[in-house]
Design a protein around this ligand. Structure first.
Ligand code: NAD
Ligand code: ZN
Length: 283
């Protein structure tokens, strides 16, 4: 791994595995199988008021935990590599903002960010924190009942800043509309069934084109949106390095694969790379 990355321009492609050590669950996990709960589909969200109530009820509960998440040693190691000039930037499939929080500067958030909510009709954006206040204000009795009935302590966290809830809580949840036009608000993230906005894909390709090596960190690459980068790397002969616990769709094409925990592997790798860039030890 060190030999492959040393002296090369590295672009990182990160996924949910980068953030599990910050307490945010991934979708697939080390055995490569999908979690039991299906993620929200774009078409369902747009068409169905019930689906939106379900989404926002769960999200209202999951949001405080999501905002509690802090970057871990893996995020910090990648930020250090960028600062040392060894990583050109990060293309991330994550929507949690933790690369930025760790100090990474060139980050393309391919799937957007949960920090913002946007109106599907007029495009007005609102901070998720402000939307949270409106969600809770419309559902104050609801929040009380949820607390009374054993609520959040027993509620399971899910990916996407989400949580599992009892049926009554989903059925009785009220969703605020856009502050400007009253229409439907959607988190500013790319749902399944939705495509990544062109300017964001373009920005990701521009970053990709700077790479001598593509380093995959914590992604199963089961989703095409991320896999398109390893597919192109393979076609163009850009070497791929993978750090992931469990299988990924790029394992066969990878020049190097380390099966391990990012919070442990990355800091060691970064120490060695920074030392060797400074003309120090050869690990
Ligand atoms: P994925 O869940 O398909 O794959 C994550 C991979 O990381 C798995 O192979 C898992 O075994 C591995 N992993 C988990 N913890 C690890 C660790 N500590 N060290 C090393 N490897 C670890 O995730 P994906 O490929 O990013 O695709 C999932 C989709 O879901 C993306 O589209 C993404 O937008 C979304 N998502 C985002 C978040 C987030 O923002 N944190 C969380 C869940 C899902
Ligand atoms: Zn609007």
């Amino acid at each position: 791994m060190l030999d492959l990355l040393r002296g090369r321009r590295v672009v990182v492609l990160s996924g949910a595995g980068c953030s599990t050590e910050s307490g945010i669950p991934d979708y697939r996990g080390a055995d490569g199988t999908e979690r039991k709960r299906a993620p929200m589909q774009y078409g369902e969200f747009v068409r169905s008021a019930d689906a939106r109530a379900r989404y926002w009820a769960r999200s209202a509960v999951g949001w405080p935990r999501f905002t509690d998440a802090r970057p871990n040693d893996g995020h910090r190691a990648l930020a250090r590599l960028e600062e040392a000039g060894l990583v050109r930037g990060v293309i991330t499939q994550n929507i949690d903002g933790l690369h930025h929080a760790a100090g990474s500067r060139r980050v393309v958030e391919l799937h957007g960010s949960l920090a913002a909510v946007r109106c599907l009709t007029c495009g007005e954006a609102e901070e998720r924190g402000a939307f949270q206040e409106r969600l809770l204000a419309l559902n104050d009795r609801w929040s009380e009942r949820l607390r009374r009935e054993g609520g959040s302590g027993g509620i399971e966290s899910a990916p996407d800043g989400d949580a599992e809830l009892p049926a009554w809580a989903v059925a009785s949840f009220r969703v605020p509309g856009c502050g400007g036009c009253g229409s439907v608000m959607k988190p500013d993230v790319v749902f399944f069934g939705e495509s990544v906005p062109k300017e964001r894909v373009d920005a990701a390709w521009r970053l990709f084109e700077e790479a001598d090596v593509l380093l995959v960190a914590g992604s199963s690459l089961a989703v095409y949106s991320g896999r398109r980068f390893t597919d192109r790397a393979r076609r163009e002969g850009v070497p791929i390095a993978v750090i992931n616990s469990g299988p990924t769709r790029a394992d066969e094409a990878a020049a190097v694969k380390v099966d391990g925990r990012l919070g442990r592997v990355l800091p060691v790798l970064v120490d060695a790379l920074v030392a060797s860039a400074a003309g120090g030890s050869s690990v």
